[in-house]
Design a protein around this ligand. Structure first.
Ligand SMILES: *[C@@H]1O[C@H](CO)[C@@H](O)[C@H](O)[C@H]1NC(C)=O
Ligand SMILES: *[C@@H]1O[C@H](CO)[C@@H](O)[C@H](O)[C@H]1NC(C)=O
Ligand SMILES: *[C@@H]1O[C@H](CO)[C@@H](O)[C@H](O)[C@H]1NC(C)=O
Ligand SMILES: *[C@@H]1O[C@H](CO)[C@@H](O)[C@H](O)[C@H]1NC(C)=O
Length: 483
């Protein structure tokens, strides 16, 4: 690996010295102990992105005991975006709303304990907060139909918009119609499954108008919500059939789910896809998240089939910590961070659990840890013109006159010597298409008591394997694409 970087490094240097006068652009070359080269042009947002016709027919494959579902970033499927700057700002605002809601849900769970009434954990709906947060989508079969869903490791209940619909947002595929599916069965309100809703959604199931059906209600961080009947139907993942899969038939739904039919919950409690498919996949799933600009597709693999991973560095594993008060979430023990090979010093490392989430975009660190990281980053990534802060990101640069910059590597270290090397595309966030405002893509929590979150921006081009059976989580570098 370091050998590879060296070759790349000299190649870049060669280009720089070979044609210094031919261009007015410059290479931000520094020579850190441990660094990577980022080509800025490649990451500039393209304004001419077009709607892809095949966006809603994702492929899947089955191999041995695992299935592979194609995974896309939702921006890949969106309409041409007229105002990128506005879009990027909205993405970060909604990310902050999600994080605030996760934090307040966690606070309530901690102070109340598990058996208390959890309804207070619901976040009040913020009108107008119809923004985009969750980013990756897959296609599965439900009740005999192909259905495209958003993937979320921070929630448990899978749901789709359902007929007859009281209030549904616009979606690309036809609504799920229970009357067209002979295998559809409502879940009764006096059942264990209905009781499991408390763990899965933070709000217990209630008997509906028809007292034999179990009604659910879920609110998400960004003001999105879904409400409807809990039901069973056949779920087909690749070629694997899961009979009597429990999901929500959503009759009142709102939020910018981007024309997608619903959501797939990959959390940890009884109603999540991971738990419900335990017999088939033994509680193991993994993903590799592509970066938006790669225009490629990543993959979500259910099942532990290491031959399917295309990692080019070995896996390192850490403990997946469970917290009885927060059964949905996946926690890790962060033991250190290094920037350009320099280890940050903070007394909090190894003492606090951190949450790993596919739905949060930007990684959040405790203020002391963030400040140590920022200070070290600025020390190494020095000499670049500064730019104003952008939303939650306070460390920004004007890199518009650079074609390439060398940026220090960022590594997150976890218990058992596991390590997440942040991909070179996951360190800086492009707030302006012309690179005149490029920010360190990590944010500070508002106080030390809040729980750190590893967001999806820092998980790009990494195979992340969740093994709920062995309670481990593994990281390895992979270039995310399906083939
Ligand atoms: C679902 O999509 C797959 C792959 O595109 C296709 O082969 C299959 O026929 C579709 N199934 C249904 C029921 O539409
Ligand atoms: C209530 O739901 C059950 C199960 O779907 C159904 O058999 C029954 O007819 C419904 N009752 C009413 C009053 O709608
Ligand atoms: C985290 O890991 C460190 C180092 O292995 C260990 O000393 C500490 O007890 C762990 N903390 C938790 C909360 O598990
Ligand atoms: C960024 O830097 C370029 C070149 O140095 C300069 O022309 C431009 O005005 C700067 N942009 C902003 C927004 O500061």
């Amino acid at each position: 690996m370091s050998h590879f970087l060296h070759i790349f490094f000299f190649f870049t240097l060669f280009i720089f010295y070979a044609a210094p006068a031919a261009t007015t652009t410059a290479t931000g070359f520094r020579g850190y102990r441990d660094s990577q080269v980022l080509t800025l042009n490649k990451l500039k947002w393209t304004q001419q992105q077009t709607l892809r016709a095949n966006c809603f027919t994702h492929s899947s494959r089955t191999k041995k005991n695992a299935i592979i579902l194609e995974l896309h970033n939702r921006d890949y499927c969106s309409r041409p975006i007229s105002d990128w700057n506005q879009r990027l700002l909205k993405n970060l605002l909604s990310d902050q709303i999600r994080v605030n809601s996760l934090q307040s849900r966690i606070k309530i769970l901690i102070s109340n304990g598990l058996n208390q009434e959890l309804s207070q954990a619901q976040i009040p709906l913020k009108s107008g907060a119809k923004l985009q947060t969750l980013n990756y989508i897959v296609t599965v079969g439900l009740g005999g139909r192909n259905t495209t869903l958003i993937v979320d490791t921070g929630s448990d209940l899978t749901w789709v918009q359902c007929e007859p619909c009281g209030s549904c947002y616009n979606q690309q595929e036809p609504l799920f119609n229970p009357t067209n599916s002979p295998s559809y069965k409502p879940v009764l309100c006096k059942s264990t499954t209905c009781e499991n809703l408390a763990d899965a959604t933070g709000s217990s199931g209630v008997c509906g108008f028809n007292s034999s059906t179990c009604n659910y209600y879920v609110t998400y961080g960004d003001g999105s919500y879904t409400r409807g009947d809990l039901a069973n139907d056949n779920l087909v993942l690749g070629t694997t059939l899961i009979q009597d899969f429990v999901f929500g038939c959503g009759r009142v739904n709102d939020g910018l789910f981007g024309g997608v039919s619903g959501l797939m919950g990959l959390g940890r409690s009884a109603l999540s896809v991971v738990t419900q498919t335990y017999d088939a996949f033994e509680g193991v799933f993994s993903y590799c998240l592509p970066s938006v600009t790669d225009e490629g597709s990543g993959s979500l693999i259910l099942g532990d089939e290491t031959s399917l991973y295309k990692n080019f560095t070995p896996f390192s594993y850490t403990n997946l910590i469970s917290n009885k008060m927060m059964p949905t979430f996946y926690f890790l023990n962060l033991t250190g961070i290094s920037i350009g090979g320099v280890s940050l010093q903070d007394s909090g490392f190894g003492k606090n659990e951190m949450l790993i989430d596919s739905g949060t975009v930007i990684t959040r660190l405790k203020p002391t840890v963030y400040n140590a990281l920022k200070t070290e980053f600025l020390k190494q990534f020095s000499g670049f013109p500064k730019a104003p802060a952008f939303s939650i990101l306070d460390t920004c640069f004007n890199l518009s006159s650079y074609e390439q910059v060398e940026i220090p590597t960022m590594k997150l270290h976890f218990e058992m010597d596991a390590m997440l090397t942040v991909d070179v595309t996951g360190i800086l966030y492009f707030a302006k298409a012309d690179a005149s405002q490029v920010c360190l893509a990590i944010a500070s929590l508002s106080d030390e008591e809040e729980i750190g979150i590893i967001g999806n921006y820092q998980q790009k081009n990494t195979r992340v394997v969740y093994n709920t059976k062995a309670s481990t989580l593994g990281f390895a570098k992979e270039t995310c694409s399906l083939d």
